[in-house]
Design a protein around this ligand. Sequence first.
Ligand code: PMT
Length: 408
Amino acid sequence: MLEGKKIVLGITGSIAAYKSCLIIRQLIKKGAEVQVVITPAGKEFITPITLSALTHKPVISEFFSQRDGTWHSHVDLGLWADAMLIAPATASSIGKMAHGIADNMLITTYLSMKAPVFIAPAMDLDMYAHSSTQENLKTLQSYGNQIIEPGTGFLASKLEGKGRMEEPENIVKVLECFFARQESSSKLAGKKVLITAGPTYEKIDPVRFIGNYSSGKMGFALAEECAARGAQVELVCGPVSASMQTLHPNIHRIDVESAQEMYEACMGLFPSMKSAILCAAVADFTPITVASEKIKRTGEDMVIRLKPNPDIAASLGKVKQEGQLLVGFALETNDEESNAQAKLKKKNFDFIVLNSLKDQGAGFRTDTNKITIIAADGKTDYPLKPKSEVARDIVDRMEAMMPDGMAV
Ligand code: PMT
């Protein structure tokens, strides 16, 4: 799985830096090529000579080589790598990564990285448990980075742990699992998938709109998962925060604002897609008229008349062809299962992903979700998980429904 893989290994200033030698040894033994990028503090804990002897490559730590002034391009490293692993990652580097403080070669390389990033935190228990560290780790997770939780050897399912760095063999195992998943002959490889994400905004006047709380996190996680399995993803995305960025080059993002714009983009794309996952929280209604100037206070009550928006899902359900899969979401607050069952039929979904605002940690804006997948043949409940893992469950289910050898 690691044969021929190019790994950028970032080392920061922790006592656990000595363990990076064991990580390098195992990666190289398994056929990977390793390029070390080390922070100035990292060099206090382990010498570049040791690291370059193990990797057979000069260690990068400065923007320019001290010896001959050669420019080290963090951009080139970002393009070269198949994965970046930061192990050990100190609280300080985690904070800089979360906030884009690019004051050393490692952080600039991280910010330029096009490949998936894995982070193995290493610090004492109190630092790890501090709200600031936990918030920064959550931020990194929301960027699509995978945190290797100390003490378990598996990708973080909750941000708790003992603070010490995960054992090198478990860190290497996480990378192996990642590449194995990527290389498994996914039925999605080469297929086109349409994904909708985020909210829609329905204009009232030039300064106001009707919107909702969707952050786009669930839809972006689905896009990354499908792309990691080799799909060509068309991500039609409502207005989300600027921090929501896609990582995988197979994702083509189309930004829209209103339900009508999302409808037009989806209707145009769907005929050439093999499947669609409709995760966006689309406004069901829009103002009948949009004021051309800011509406002023008059002291009177204000009435805004709304008309129904097109139902994107139902429209795609009507034109769905044999061999196309349509997956929907249902966000409910009450009578969850019966409402989801009704949407499954009405919108002609192959299955529907139910999430309820009654479940803590589920639904809008959270980094986690708790879902039930409902199809014609029954339902499956899943526990609360990070959205990246929820996306994996949903895409696994979608793949299981695809016939073998389905053409693009
Ligand atoms: O973005 P996050 O903050 O990560 O939050 C994720 C989420 C809560 C938005 C997501 O998990 C979710 O539940 N998305 C669907 C929300 C929703 O609008 O559900 P609904 O039950 O109202 O709609 C049912 C289905 O029809 C959905 O697939 C929806 O995309 C689709 N729909 C709805 C209305 C409409 N006019 N057109 C549609 O296509």
